[in-house]
Design a binder for this molecule. Structure first.
Ligand code: ADP
Length: 300
């Protein structure tokens, strides 16, 4: 089994379920409320841990009850938490509204995640260089993302970037990325194109080796030097799409690190993402390995 090192955010998510999303200035009563572990980094590490027992998380938590609870939760899932540190800045959090039919809005307070500097991560150079896959998102300082990418690239460790939340990325960073997994919004922000094929070509022209675009209920589209195509997802009863992309990316990174060929790994990723939409929340909504295998047996 391959070693995955996730360098990323860890949040406490506060999710309210509503009939519809509030407009500015409007107060609505929530039908339900849930607190759960979140942050794209932690979500993806948890999703990777469905398929791998060699996941290490590098991250920063606040020295507060939420921070300690999240640390214990990740540890209980078999994630190596020895590279997670605590700071006096509060633990990052996300305020999530989920409306009926699964539409959501999310406000993120980065908190401790923004203390995850390059200087901090430099302490874990050996861990990063020994990895079979380094996985990142964009909820930590961009300087840290660049620093880790350079370090991994120099050591021939594949870099898996989930470019979320959406933001523009420079050519130097992209040229060192082995796998990128934008959704359509993120693709538009990075490439100015909403079209999967055109967007993938422009990312490959910048040096990205494998482009995987997630397409919600339409599954995903992949392109690299030798293969191209859309891989359909599984029919499920989607009630909350929070963390669908995270679960897709985590599962994909784990299966690739395990040596599963890309197209086959994408079927696991679609199934994992699809199942995540059938439950409320982020990490709480992640399926088990057995559930993923069962859905794959049932087929699309
Ligand atoms: P994000 O959550 O980042 O916006 P997507 O909405 O594209 O990402 O979802 C990520 C993946 O989750 C998709 O590629 C697909 O595999 C799965 N997925 C998302 N929504 C659905 C759905 N309604 N039905 C089945 N699978 C879904």
């Amino acid at each position: 089994m391959g070693k995955i090192v996730v360098v990323g955010s860890i949040n406490m998510d506060y999710t309210a379920m509503l009939a519809e999303l509030p407009h500015p200035g409007e107060t609505l009563l929530a039908k339900n409320f849930k607190m759960s572990g979140g942050g794209k980094g932690a979500n993806q590490a948890m999703a990777a841990a469905i398929f791998s027992d060699q996941v290490t998380m590098i991250g920063m938590l606040g020295n507060d009850p939420a921070g300690h609870a999240l640390y214990k939760k990740m540890q209980s899932k078999g994630i190596d938490v020895s590279c997670i540190e605590f700071t006096e800045t509060p633990t990052g959090n996300a305020l999530i509204n989920v409306a009926e039919q699964g539409k959501n809005t999310i406000v993120v307070f980065p908190g401790a995640n923004h203390q995850l500097t390059a200087a901090h991560v430099a302490k874990y150079k050996d861990v990063i260089e020994a990895a079979d896959m380094v996985m990142m998102q964009l909820e930590i300082p961009m300087e840290t993302v660049r620093f880790v990418t350079d370090m991994a690239y120099a050591a021939n460790v594949p870099v898996f970037l989930n470019p979320a939340p959406a933001q523009a990325l420079d050519a130097d960073l992209l040229s060192k990325v082995t796998y990128i997994t934008p959704n359509e919004t993120e693709l538009l922000r990075i490439t100015q194109s909403f079209d999967s094929t055109r967007g993938a070509v422009s990312l490959m022209n910048l040096g990205v080796k494998n482009v995987i675009i997630t397409l919600g209920s339409n599954g995903c589209y992949m392109k690299n030097a030798s293969e191209e195509g859309r891989i359909g997802t599984f029919k499920v009863n989607a009630i909350d799409t929070t963390a669908a992309g995270d679960s897709f990316s985590g599962a994909l990174a784990a299966q690739l690190a395990n040596g599963v060929p890309l197209k086959e790994a994408l079927v696991f990723a679609n199934a994992t993402g699809a199942l995540t939409t059938t439950k409320i929340g982020a990490q709480e909504a992640l399926p088990t390995k057995e559930e993923v295998i069962e859905l794959m047996k049932q087929g699309q």
